[in-house]
Design a protein around this ligand. Structure first.
Ligand code: ANZ
Ligand code: ZN
Length: 811
C-alpha cells in the first residue's frame, strides 16, 4: 500500500468534510447529557492566532473531543470579546476604524480556528460588539439600575494617563494600569458603579463549593478581604462617640480620639474657648479633596476640641481632637487613635505631644499582651495574653458587645465595580440626562443605543462620544424636552460578565436569553482561561450571575463549576514571547508539519498548567512520532493483505499496556495532563511495534490494537486520525466512535506473594495484585483470619512494609 504521509492537505480535506457533514453540530435534543465546555473568549486584537491561542483553545478542544467520545453532548461555542482597549488600540495603531479592523480580525481568527480543527459549533457564535449582543449588555445595565445595583457617584477614582480612562480597582495592579503598566493617578470624578459589594459575603462563601484551583480561590478571598472590625463607644459628658476600628486588639493603647471636621458632634463637643480654632480648621479642611486628605506624605494637622471621652475599659479620660486625616465617609467618621500601632496616629501624636502606649508585642510575632481591666467586664485580662491579634480582635469585640460598649462588625475590602469608561469602543451606557427629569434610563424598547460610527476615537481624556452631537443630543423619554445622552461607554468586563449566558440562545432578539434555555445549558462545566482574570472577570461573572438569579432570571448560583488555568508558553530563551525576541508563529509550523503535529507537540512538550519554554527540536521529534504511527498502520495493512483469516490471539503483556493506556489517557486528558497522556500513547506504539516484529502476530488481534491506537490519538490529532481511520477502511468519522473503556481485570499483570508477619514472626502469606496500593495492602494484611486471630484485641502500633515482599504488623 501507499504510505500515509500526514500534512496540511490532510487537515484541509477533513476540515471541509466536517463542515459539510456538520459533525460538530450541537444536538439540542440531547441536552440532558450536556457538557458545557468554554474557554475565556478571545480579543480580536491582532491578526493571526498566536501560540497562546493554540495553547488555550487547541488543547481545551482535545479535552472536549475526549468527552465527546465518552458520550457527552459537548456544548463548545466560540466567541469574541470584541469591544475594549485591545481592539481600539489596534485600530489606533493601524488607523483603521475599530469596527472594520475588529470584523477583519474576527474573520481571520475564525478561519484560523478552523485550521486548528476545533469542534466549535459556529451556529452559537457570540460577538460582543454587534448591536444584537450589546443591546443586551445595555439591558443588563438597566436591570441592575432598576434593582439599585447600578448607581452614579462622585468619588476618588483611578485614572490611567496613558489609556486616558478611569479603571476599576481590579484593573490597578501595584498602582499600575493592568493594560499598559503606567502609574495610575487618583482623580475625583462622577462615574457609574455596580454594587458588587452587596454580594461580598456570598462571593466569599460561594467559593467553597467550586472546583477551582485553590490559588485562584485564595486570590478572590483576599480581594474580597473580609475582616472583623468593631464599633466601640467612647462616652463624653452628654454624648457617645462611636469609632470604627479594625484593630480592637489595640484598644488598651488608645490615648486620644480623632473625629472628622464634618462629624455631626464636632460643634456640640467643642468647648467655647476652642470654638474659633475648630471653626477655622473646618474651613481649612473643606478646601482639600479627599485624595489630598488621604495622602500619607502630607503633614498631619488638627485641633483640640476641649472635650474628653471615657475609655470604655480603663475609664480614663482621653482628649477628643479634630483632624482632616479622618474622613467623614468612612466607618463612623471617628477613630480611636493608637499612636503606638498606627502610623498616622503616631505622626499626629508626635506632633501634638500626645501619649503613646504600646500594647501589642511585636517581638511575640504580633500577639496581644493583655488589655487589663478593673471593672469586671474584661476581668480576666490574661485570656487575651499571647493570643494572636486576629483572634484577640474578634474576642475583644465580642466582649465589648456583651458589655454594651460597642459591637463587632464585618468589613470587606471589596469596593463597588467602576464600569464607565472614557473611551469610544464600548457599549454606550443607556442613560439620558434631562434638566427637568434628572437621570433617565433609556426605555428598553429603544435599545440598543447604537454606537455611532463617525467619531474621532483617538483618546484625549474626554469621552469621544461627547464630541458627536448627533449622538449626544436627544429628547427626554419622560418629558420630551431636549436632553443629553451619557457619553461614557461600558467597560468590556461588563460585556464578558454575562456572555456565557448568551451562546445557547444567541439569536434571541426578544430577550437576552430565554430563562428556560439558559437554565438547561448552564452552568459551564469546564471553564479554561488565564489566572490573570482571578479577581476581575471571574469575580464580575460570579456577581452578575447572582444578581440575575435574584432578579429571577437564573436558577443557579455560580457560572463556572470547574475551572482550569493554562500556563504560559515562553520563548526558547525562557522569556515571555514578544515580537522583539522572536515570537513563535504557529502558522509557519502548521504549514510545515500540519496542525495536529503542532497540537501534539504543545500537548506533549509542556505541562498544561505550567507551560514552559518553546523548543524547535521538540516539534521535529513529534513529526517523527507521527511518521512512526503511520508505519505501524501501514505495517498492519500490509500484513493483513497477505492473510485470509487469522485467529484472535491476545498477548497478555500488550493487553496490560492497552488497558493501562486507556486508563491513563482517560484520566490524564480529563485532568488536562496532555503531556503524560501522550507519553502513554507513545509507549503503546512501542508495544505494537515490538509485536509487529514478533512471530506470534495475529491480524485480527493486531487490528484491535491499531484501531485503539487511532482512537487514543483522536482527541489530540483530529485530522490525522480521520485519515488513518479511513485508511483502515472504517466508516466516517473516527470522532463519532466511543473512546475505549478500560478492562480492569487486564490490569492485574501478576499476583505477588506477600509474607505477613506479626511482631516479626511469619503468620500468613497473601496473594495480591502487583498494582495494589499501600493502604489496601495494609488492610488486606491485617484482615486475614490467621493474622486477626494472632492480633486479637491488641492495638496496632505500626505497620512496616517492604514493597512487593513483606508486611510486618507491630502490636
Ligand atoms: C485603631 C487602630 C490601631 C487602627 C492600629 C489601625 C491600626 P482599613 O483597614 O483601611 O479599613 N479609620 C477608621 N475610620 C476612619 C476614617 N473615617 N478615616 C480615617 N481612618 C479611619 O482601616 C481601618 C482603620 O482606619 C481603623 O482601625 C481606624 O484606625 C482607621 F494599630 O483603629 B484603626
Ligand atoms: Zn425630562
Amino acid at each position: 500500500m501507499e504510505s500515509i504521509i500526514y500534512s496540511k492537505e490532510i487537515d484541509e480535506k477533513w476540515q471541509k468534510k466536517w463542515q459539510v457533514s456538520k459533525l460538530y453540530q450541537f444536538d439540542e435534543s440531547k441536552i440532558d447529557n450536556k457538557l458545557y465546555l468554554l474557554e475565556m473568549f478571545s480579543y480580536p486584537s491582532g491578526k493571526n492566532l498566536h501560540i497562546g491561542h493554540w495553547w488555550n483553545y487547541g488543547l481545551t478542544d482535545s479535552y472536549g473531543r475526549l468527552k465527546r467520545m465518552q458520550g457527552y453532548q459537548v456544548f463548545h461555542p466560540p466567541g469574541f470579546d470584541a469591544f475594549g482597549l485591545p481592539a481600539e488600540n489596534y485600530a489606533i495603531k493601524t488607523g483603521i476604524h475599530p469596527d472594520i479592523s475588529t470584523k477583519n480580525n474576527i474573520a481571520t481568527m475564525e478561519e484560523q480556528f478552523c485550521m486548528m480543527g476545533t469542534t466549535y459549533d459556529w451556529n452559537y457564535e457570540v460577538v460582543t460588539c454587534n448591536p444584537e449582543y450589546y443591546k443586551w449588555t445595555q439591558w443588563l445595565f438597566l436591570k441592575l439600575l432598576e434593582k439599585g445595583l447600578a448607581y452614579r457617584k462622585e468619588a476618588p477614582v483611578n485614572w490611567c494617563p496613558s489609556c486616558m480612562t478611569v479603571l476599576a480597582n481590579e484593573q490597578v495592579i501595584d498602582n499600575k494600569c493592568e493594560r499598559c503598566e503606567t502609574d495610575v493617578v487618583r482623580r475625583n470624578m462622577t462615574q457609574w458603579f455596580f454594587k458588587i459589594t452587596d454580594y461580598s459575603d456570598e462571593l466569599l462563601t460561594g467559593l467553597k463549593k467550586l472546583d477551582w484551583p485553590e490559588k485562584t480561590k485564595k486570590i478572590q478571598e483576599n480581594w474580597i478581604g473580609k475582616s472583623h472590625g468593631a464599633e466601640i463607644d467612647f462616652k463624653t459628658a452628654d454624648d457617645n462617640i462611636k469609632v470604627f476600628t479594625t484593630r480592637a486588639d489595640t484598644v488598651m493603647g488608645v490615648t486620644y480620639i480623632v473625629i472628622a471636621p464634618e462629624h455631626p458632634l464636632t460643634d456640640k463637643l467643642t468647648t467655647p474657648e476652642h470654638k474659633t480654632a475648630v471653626e477655622a480648621y473646618r474651613e481649612f479642611a473643606a478646601k482639600q479633596s479627599e485624595i489630598e486628605r488621604m495622602s500619607t506624605v502630607k503633614e498631619k494637622t488638627g485641633v483640640f476640641t476641649g472635650a474628653y471621652a471615657v475609655h470604655p475599659i480603663t475609664k480614663k479620660h482621653i482628649p477628643v481632637w479634630v483632624s482632616d486625616y479622618v474622613l467623614i465617609g468612612y466607618g463612623t467618621g471617628a477613630v480611636m487613635a493608637v499612636p503606638a500601632h498606627d502610623e498616622r496616629d503616631f505622626e499626629f501624636a508626635s506632633k501634638y505631644h500626645l501619649p503613646i502606649i504600646t500594647v501589642v508585642n511585636s517581638a511575640k510575632t504580633d500577639s496581644c499582651i493583655l488589655p487589663f481591666c478593673e471593672d469586671g467586664i474584661l476581668v480576666n485580662s490574661n485570656k487575651y495574653d499571647g493570643m494572636p491579634s486576629e483572634d484577640a480582635r474578634i474576642k475583644i469585640s465580642a466582649d465589648l458587645e456583651k458589655a454594651q460598649r460597642g459591637k463587632a462588625t464585618v468589613k470587606y475590602r471589596l469596593r463597588d465595580w467602576l464600569v464607565s469608561r472614557q473611551r469610544y469602543w464600548g457599549a454606550p451606557i443607556p442613560i439620558i440626562y434631562c434638566d427637568d427629569c434628572g437621570i433617565v434610563p433609556v426605555p428598553e424598547s429603544e435599545l440598543p443605543v447604537k454606537l455611532p460610527y463617525n467619531v474621532e476615537f483617538l483618546p484625549n481624556g474626554k469621552s469621544p462620544l461627547a464630541a458627536c452631537p448627533e449622538f449626544v443630543n436627544t429628547i427626554c423619554p419622560i418629558c420630551g424636552k431636549p436632553a443629553k445622552r451619557e457619553t461614557d461607554t461600558l467597560d468590556t468586563f461588563v460585556c464578558s460578565s454575562w456572555y456565557y449566558l448568551r451562546f445557547f440562545d444567541n439569536k434571541n432578539s426578544a430577550e437576552a436569553f430565554s430563562k428556560e434555555k439558559v437554565n438547561r445549558i448552564m452552568s459551564v462545566d469546564k471553564y479554561v482561561g488565564g489566572i490573570e482574570h482571578a479577581s476581575m472577570h471571574l469575580l464580575y461573572a460570579r456577581f452578575i450571575t447572582k444578581a440575575l438569579r435574584d432578579m429571577g432570571y437564573l436558577n443557579f448560583d455560580e457560572p463556572f463549576t470547574s475551572l482550569v488555568h493554562q500556563g504560559v508558553i515562553l520563548g526558547s530563551d525562557g522569556q515571555k514571547m514578544s515580537k522583539r525576541n522572536g515570537a513563535v508563529s504557529p502558522d509557519v509550523y502548521i504549514n510545515q508539519y500540519g496542525s495536529d503535529v503542532f497540537r501534539l507537540y504543545l500537548g506533549f512538550g509542556f505541562s498544561y498548567r505550567d507551560g514552559g519554554p518553546w523548543n524547535d527540536e521538540g516539534i521535529k521529534s513529534m513529526a517523527r512520532f507521527v511518521a512512526k504511527v503511520s508505519r505501524v498502520v501501514e505495517n498492519f495493512l500490509n500484513f493483513k493483505e497477505g492473510l485470509s483469516d487469522t485467529p484472535l490471539h491476545p498477548d497478555s503483556d500488550l493487553e496490560y499496556i492497552r488497558n493501562f493506556t486507556i486508563q491513563q489517557v482517560t484520566n490524564d486528558i480529563n485532568d488536562f495532563e496532555f503531556n503524560t497522556a501522550t507519553a502513554r500513547i507513545m509507549e503503546f506504539v512501542n508495544g505494537i511495534t515490538k509485536y509487529q516484529t514478533s512471530n506470534k502476530r495475529s491480524a485480527q488481534y493486531e487490528e484491535s490494537l491499531v484501531r485503539d491506537l487511532i482512537l487514543f490519538l483522536a482527541p489530540m490529532a483530529p485530522h490525522y486520525t480521520e485519515e488513518l481511520w479511513e485508511n483502515m477502511g472504517y466508516d466516517y468519522s473516527v470522532h463519532d466512535q466511543p473512546f475505549p473503556v478500560c478492562d480492569d481485570s487486564k490490569l492485574i499483570k501478576d499476583m505477588n506473594q506477600i509474607a505477613v508477619q506479626v511482631n516479626g514472626t511469619l503468620r500468613d502469606v497473601i496473594s495480591v495484585s502487583c498494582s495494589i496500593d499501600d493502604e489496601s495492602l495494609k488492610i488486606k494484611a491485617i484482615s486475614t483470619a490467621k493474622v486477626k486471630a494472632i492480633i486479637g484485641e491488641r492495638h496496632i502500633k505500626n505497620i512496616i512494609m517492604v514493597r512487593g515482599r513483606l508486611v510486618n504488623i507491630v502490636c
